[in-house]
Ligand binder design. Structure first.
Ligand SMILES: Cc1cc2nc3c(=O)[nH]c(=O)nc-3n(C[C@H](O)[C@H](O)[C@H](O)COP(=O)(O)O)c2cc1C
Length: 307
């Protein structure tokens, strides 16, 4: 049975995953936190926390609110900064078999490029996921991913700064996600991942105030799955690049829906909080499905719902 997928066929280095199950940025720490829970080396890839040039403290508390079938978060990209990632995390990842992809976010086009340059050739980092749409940060993020021209500008600048495979992560908070996908594909992305969280808000009625310290947050979890699936379906037929599906995936059935809609791989996010074994269960469930259905190669399933 063949589960491997190539996520960067047009990049010289390539980005070959042993299987299509990845973890989503911001929901799986640095990977190290989960090592004692299951064999993380079996995963297709690990995407680390969003990394910025300087360390960030993130947004004021509270930063999380539970909603029916989902979570609203406004972490505000708290992270240790790229220098610490290079010094402290990359040497650990270099000993791993599982590819590690570093998720990056800048507040200007130049910052994205600088981050990419700093991470090029570091340890065994296998690729970059360019977050062009974090809805939780006032400056930067949201604007880049909402506009095809700006999204293309960031992609082209990052492409110029590194030879690492580039996966550009799209935000659903735009009226034209297909337009943005086409623009980043043309600007040099090797793969496209989608979706990031959907902008939302919760009100604390006793305080008569927004519940989150940042006022608005990003919605994730099962609530966003049909929206994410629709966007993956649309984007996968609009671009020729490999697409990575994200949004409310907690079971193998969820992952298979994304794969059949056109995703070459998937990322498990919020599900990690309620079930830290979720990624490995998703992988084993896909294997069982393929065995039961007599599928020899995962490629047979990619986009099958659209044929
Ligand atoms: C607590 C939290 C932190 C996140 N941090 C990041 C981040 O740093 N960079 C990023 O690109 N996405 C981040 N995300 C978005 C997820 O990677 C994912 O795109 C989104 O949650 C949808 O998938 P899910 O429904 O499976 O969680 C974060 C999500 C959550 C819930």
């Amino acid at each position: 049975m063949k589960l491997s997928v190539e996520l960067a066929p047009r990049n010289k280095r390539g980005l070959l995953l042993a299987n299509p199950v990845m973890t989503a940025s911001g929901t799986f720490g640095w990977g190290t936190e989960y090592e004692h829970l299951f064999d993380i080396q079996r995963l297709g890839a690990i995407v680390c926390k969003g990394t910025t040039l300087k360390p960030r403290e993130g947004n004021p508390q509270p930063r999380l609110a539970e909603t029916p079938c989902g979570v609203l978060n406004a972490i505000g990209l708290q992270n240790i900064g790229v220098e610490a990632v290079i010094k402290e995390k990359a040497p650990i990842w270099a000993k791993w078999r599982v590819p590690v992809i570093v998720n990056i976010l800048g507040e200007t086009v130049e910052e994205y490029a600088e981050l990419a340059k700093k991470l090029d050739g570091v340890g065994k980092i296998s690729g970059l996921e360019v977050n062009i749409g974090c809805p939780n940060v006032e400056a930067g993020g949201a604007e880049f991913g909402a506009d095809p021209l700006l999204a293309a500008k960031v992609t082209a600048a990052v492409k110029k700064a590194t030879s690492l495979p580039l996966m550009v992560k799209l935000t659903p908070n735009t009226g034209d996600i297909v337009g943005v996908a086409k623009a980043v594909a043309e600007a040099g992305a090797d793969a496209i991942s989608l979706i990031n969280t959907i902008k939302g808000i919760a009100i604390d009625i006793s305080k008569r105030r927004p519940l989150l310290g940042n006022i608005s947050g990003g919605l994730s979890g099962p609530a966003i799955k049909p929206i994410a699936l629709y966007m993956v379906y649309e984007v996968a037929q609009a671009v020729k690049l490999p697409v990575v599906g994200i949004g409310g995936i907690s079971t193998a059935e969820d992952a298979l829906e994304f794969i059949m809609a056109g995703a070459s791989a998937v990322q498990v996010g919020t599900a990690n909080f309620s079930n830290p074994q979720a990624p490995i269960e998703v992988l084993e469930g896909i294997e069982q499905f393929m065995q039961k259905e007599g599928i020899e190669d995962i490629a047979e399933l990619i986009g099958i719902a659209r044929r």
